[in-house]
Design a protein. Sequence first.
Length: 289
Amino acid sequence: MAGEVVVGFLAQSLALISDAGHMLTDSASIVFALVAMRLAVRPPRGGFTYGLKRAEILSAQLNGATLLLLAGFFFYEAMRRLIAPPEVEGGLVLVTALVGIVINVAATWLLSRADRSSLNVEGAFQHIVNDLYAFIATAISGLVVLLTGFVQADAIATLIVAALMLKAGYGLIRDTGRIFLQAAPAGLIPAEIGARLASQFDVAEVHDLHIWELTSGYSSLSAHVFVRPEGDCTAVRRRLQGLLARSYGITHTTLQVDPAPDGGAGESECVDADHCADPHGPHYLSPRS
């Protein structure tokens, strides 16, 4: 990174300087990832009943935000240089970028071996991968400037780098935003799960269904289940928990299981009219009603 800054100013290459800025965020992202991992493994205590597992999501969101901010800055600078391009030393740019490619290939290979199901690790990996692409674009721009004298190639390479940063940053902000807003994990459809739970033997109704991610790869579910009067509440709870674990990979479940009042669903389209008076989300009735 330090070498890129020096050579970038000597060669008047915005592409190299943008790479250096990206490498600075690479280093920071790895530091944030390491600190977040240490915080996430601390046991729950005091008011933090879940522990600090979401520290990893905070780290991933911070990585995404830095990518977006840098992308905006480099878009602006690249457009300015397209209009009034300075003289660029193509040879210096090419040599520096080739060295960067070698270093980033090694870094990418190392991080690719980590568990990237974590958005925290994925955020650090995206930084490194984008930096590798940026070096490739910079090397091509240096070669074009060296062979043809087309100095705008440097600004075009910067635009490519900024576009890659924008794509990666947006993806991280979108995924971490879903977790902070407690949306259902991608690939899990609450309506489908609610209907399937309600269709199980001895279940009369499922409502107050919530599915969310505490952190990446850690899904949780809670629901209120009414069991038919002749059913065994404990057996139903165990059966539903087994179904959720086998079919959806959800092992952290909180199920409130109660016997259904006599009378069935009736005209109110729910088992217990008192629950219908409050907003408990959709009511999933058993098809056997």
